[in-house]
Write a protein that binds this ligand. Sequence first.
Ligand SMILES: NC(=O)c1ccc[n+]([C@@H]2O[C@H](COP(=O)([O-])OP(=O)(O)OC[C@H]3O[C@@H](n4cnc5c(N)ncnc54)[C@H](OP(=O)(O)O)[C@@H]3O)[C@@H](O)[C@H]2O)c1
Length: 242
Amino acid sequence: MTRILLLGGTTEANLVAQALAKAGLAAVYSYAGRTEAPMGQPIHMRVGGFGGVEGLQAYLKAEGVTHVIDATHPFAAQMSTNAVAACKAEGVPLIALERALWVAGEGDRWTHVPDLPAAVAALAGPPQRVFLAIGRQHIDAFAAQPQHSYLLRLVDQPTGPLPFPAEVVVARGPFDVAGDTALMQEHGTEVVVAKNAGGKGAVAKIAAARALGLPVVMIDRPVLPPRAVVHSVAGVMAWLGA
Ligand SMILES: NC(=O)c1ccc[n+]([C@@H]2O[C@H](COP(=O)([O-])OP(=O)(O)OC[C@H]3O[C@@H](n4cnc5c(N)ncnc54)[C@H](OP(=O)(O)O)[C@@H]3O)[C@@H](O)[C@H]2O)c1
């Protein structure tokens, strides 16, 4: 019997969950547990880390998982790397749903940086109004550039002190261009820092930056181990033979 583990936490994973439910397949949606109230799903859910590669291997065995779908965020490199290793060790087939990269087009003013430390370094210089649009988890490093006025958009209201003073907007995507343009205008944003997430859910800020003529510090994706990849929910379902 098919038993699917869907590694989620993204808009794309939510769409896969809907397709799995519609097809009547036995599947569990896995959240890391980063947000206070994860979105409900039409399939079973579990929340929290597995305990590294070994923990994931134990989970796959205990639950009799027959297929793993990695639909995590392209920057969730640890989870994706663990999934490749655990599935290989247990002989469980794995497919990754990857989003196409965002590519700079006419009117875009991007500076590509390879990783977070390089993004921090790219902000050296006089004070600016910075929309730091990278979520909550990895903002600490930007305390090294405290001269800026930061705008953060977070899923949850921060419970503790932030590593630097910042204006916080609490909101959950997907976002739209009109809303993001208005947000940046209100804040007086002069530069945007973003991860090259790809996909539609977070692209509005990139389109808004283009419309406003603002520069973007674009963080390139981390490199992942080789794995089988599809680029659409239909591709995932075809891989499942559903
Ligand atoms: N990174 C981003 O920018 C970003 C943006 C939007 C959404 N997300 C979502 O947020 C979650 C965490 O992302 P991350 O960047 O913190 O991941 P990460 O750095 O790759 O993962 C760190 C650890 O968190 C646990 N984990 C991550 N994703 C999990 C999942 N879907 N189910 C169960 N455990 C998970 C695993 O713990 P164990 O080793 O204990 O198994 C993993 O080793 C993912 O579901 C991702 O899709 C991430």
